[in-house]
Structure formats: C-alpha cells, structure tokens
Design a protein around this ligand. Structure first.
Ligand code: SUG
Length: 415
C-alpha cells in the first residue's frame, strides 16, 4: 500500500452563477448580480488540475450536483418554476465545486482503526450549501467504497460543520501519524462563524483520533470580521509546515507550541500584518493556496493570479523564496470565475491521503480523461448566465450538461 496525497477537485457545475448568497464572504457579496461564465469557470478548474498533474501530483475529481435541486424544492413545497427568485438561486447554486467543504478527512495513520475516515460536511449555516451533503455523500460512498475507508454521514445540524476548510494536518510526512488541527469560530460579530467546536469534537471522536494528537484552535474574531469565513482563507498546512497570517488564530502561541512539541521538524511560517494587511491576504487569497510537496520534494505554493496582482502579497512571496524560506516554489493559476465567489485554489480541492489504487478509478484523472471532460464542458456548459436563472431553456441545458458528463465518466448511477 502506497499512501500519497490526492487532491480531489470539484468540477465547476453548469449552473455556476453570482447570486450573492454567502454572508461574510466578501467576494460573493461584491459580485452579486454579475454575469457568470460557467464554461470558462469549469475550464479554468480543468487547467488547474492539469497544472497539478504536471507537478507530478495525484489528481481526482468530484462531480457537479443535480441543479436545480428539485428534491430540496419539493421538500419546501415548491418547484423551480414557482419558487421565488431567492429560493430558486439557493436551489441552483454550483457551490459544490468548493470541495474543501465536502468533508473532513483523517488519513489512516491518524486513526485507531488504521482506516481513512471521511465525514461529509453538513454545511448547515448557508441555505444554498445546506442541501449539498446528500449528493456529496453519494459520491464519497462510491469513490471510497474500499475496506480501507470509513465514510460517515453528517454531524447533526445542531452544530455547523464546513469540512476540511477548517481542518489542517501537520505531520513529518503524509504517511506518518499526524496532528490534526480543528479550527472553529465563535459567533458574535457581524458575520456568522460557520464551524462550531461541537461539530469538530464529534468528528475527532468519529474518526477515532488520539485525543493527545488533536488540537482545537479558535479562529480570531478579527479574521472572521475581515471576511475569513473559513480558516483556509488565512492559513494552510502541509506536512511539517504551517503557513498562516499573524491574525489567523485567537491564540497563535499555544497552537505553535503544541505543534512544535508533537511534530518532529515542525516549521511555522507567519506573514506579519505589517507586511501583508489582513485585507490584502483575503482579497488576494494568499493562504487559499495549495501548499503541496511534488515528487521533487520542494514545498510549492499554488496561488491564484490575484496574489501576483496584490503588491504586498507578491512582495512577501518573492522575499520568502529569495531568502531561502521553507516554501521553495510558487505556481500561479487562473481561477478567476471561482475567486469571484470567494473560492480560491484550495477551496476547489479536497485532500485525501490514501493509496490511489484503492480509490474508485472513475474519480481519478489523467490528461486524457481531462481532455474528455473538457470536451463535454465545451459542448454543454452555458457560456454565460445572466439574471434569468429560472428560464426553462437554461434549466434544461444545465440538467442535460450534467447528465452528459456523468455518462462520459461512467457515473450515470449518480443521476
Ligand atoms: O461557502 N461561496 C462559497 C465559497 C467557499 C470557499 N471555500 C473555502 N474557503 N474552502 C462559500 O461562501 C458563493 C455563492 C454565491 O454567492 O452565489 C459561495 O457559496
């Protein structure tokens, strides 16, 4: 069995649009009502996956969900034709593309039963995301059906859980037992805290983690108030490295001390607010980067183009790399369509440390399969979506597009 980190990217669905649905997510609010480009958005995501493959990383996919979610509308006593526009937008969101919110993952080396555990996120805080979990769970059950995995249903909706976006793992290498950091928020400010500590504690128990190797860290109020609606907007970890903004955590010192005690070779890289103000970090998504270790062993940061365009951020990156800091390389990817809804490179992927041969191969990709997927996107994804979300011809096109993709991938059972 050969464990490695696999990035599963959510393919951007054909209903991708800007409806301004996420309170506390500044990009979503700023772009409310803008014209979206689902085809370009999905192709940007495919190019990001190609860049990961070119780095020598293992790459997987998750599929768009059925949209509009007719079952959800039926449970609310309405249909896509009759629903008021706000409800219709909630039923049509392509938010499942942000796979970092699909589930929390604890790899086999961390669990008492040596299985890789995945708990689907309930996403109960935002109405448009609260109905994602059944379609996510169906995919997790197919992709990770093997004996080495344990897939769990959502934590009860009393407590908000937003998946891996608020979870980090530090370990001397992916294959060694790690320390899992669950970051939670406490409500009180203008924006909701989407991850509750009770949900995180439940997941740590369900995943059979060693309580001595689990840390619960509070997100700083300043970060939430500045628009860090998920911790992965202000921090990211990979193997021995934790990379974070100075203002990410309520009590940074305790977190760093615990990691130093538990993880051999642990390194903390902090970006001071004096060099990169929180607002610049959030606008540019410096921390919503994929921090990865390609086969060449050089820790690499995959940032969105917005990071290069933000002077303080790009200056910090150049200084760090030029000064021989622990992050050795930077790659820039264009995911502007997703960024405009508050989703950067790291939001678009779920990391799973596992043996790729144990994953259902329909969820793994190489360049040939990405060619076939882009072919379907080019043929079927709408070029633009304006504000006429309930137009019957658009709805029919969106539904047909997804079915064409499922058929191409041999996944029609998800229909
Ligand atoms: O949940 N945006 C998503 C972005 C998720 C980013 N994920 C991570 N940080 N891991 C959200 O706020 C916008 C939808 C709209 O406004 O139409 C949205 O749902």
């Amino acid at each position: 069995m050969k464990l490695c980190e696999i990035n599963f990217d959510g393919i951007v669905g054909p209903s991708h649009n800007y409806a301004g649905l996420s309170l506390g997510n500044l990009a979503s609010a700023r772009n409310a009502g803008a014209v979206s480009e689902p085809r370009a958005a999905a192709l940007q995501g495919i190019d990001k996956m190609r860049a990961n493959l070119a780095l020598g990383l293992a790459q997987g996919i998750f599929l768009p969900h059925p949209r509009p979610d007719r079952q959800w509308l039926m449970d609310l006593g309405t249909t896509i034709d009759d629903a008021d526009p706000a409800l219709a937008a909630n039923a049509l969101s392509a938010s499942a593309m942000w796979a970092a919110n699909a589930a929390t993952v604890s790899p086999a080396p961390d669990s008492a039963d040596a299985k890789c555990h995945l708990t689907v996120a309930n996403l109960r805080t935002m109405p448009h995301r609260s109905h994602e979990w059944p379609a996510t769970l169906a995919q997790l059950r197919l992709a990770f059906a093997g004996e080495g995995f344990a897939v769990h249903g959502p934590v009860p909706p009393a407590f908000g859980d937003e998946g891996a976006a608020n979870h980090m793992r530090v370990a001397s290498s992916h294959c060694e037992p790690g320390v899992e950091i669950f970051v939670y928020g406490i409500s009180g400010g203008a924006f909701p805290a989407r991850q509750h500590i009770e949900a995180s504690k439940a997941i740590a128990r369900l995943h059979r983690l060693d309580p001595d190797r689990v840390i619960f860290a509070e997100q700083s109020e300043a970060a939430i108030a500045a628009g860090a609606f998920h911790n992965d907007v202000v921090a990211v970890a990979n193997e021995r490295l934790l990379f974070a903004h100075e203002l990410a955590f309520a009590d940074r010192d305790s977190l760093v001390t615990a990691c130093e005690r538990l993880v051999p070779g642990f390194e903390y890289v902090e970006v001071p607010a004096a060099e990169v103000p929180l607002a610049d970090a959030i606008k540019s998504y410096l921390f919503n980067a994929q921090l990865v270790t390609p086969p060449d062993g050089q820790p690499t940061l995959i940032v969105p183009t917005e990071a290069r365009e933000t002077r303080s951020v790009w200056g910090w990156i150049e200084k760090h790399i030029g000064g021989n800091g622990p992050i050795r390389k930077v790659e820039v990817v264009d995911v502007r369509q997703s960024m405009a809804n508050g989703g950067g490179p790291a939001c678009l992927r779920l990391r799973v440390v596992a043996d790729p041969d144990m994953v259902d191969p329909r969820f793994m990709v190489d360049n040939d399969k990405l060619d076939r997927i882009s072919g379907v996107i080019e043929r079927h994804w709408p070029e633009e979506i304006h504000h006429d979300l309930q137009r019957p011809a658009l709805i029919a096109k969106i539904e047909r597009a997804r079915l064409a993709l499922l058929e191409t991938l041999g996944l029609s059972e998800l229909a």
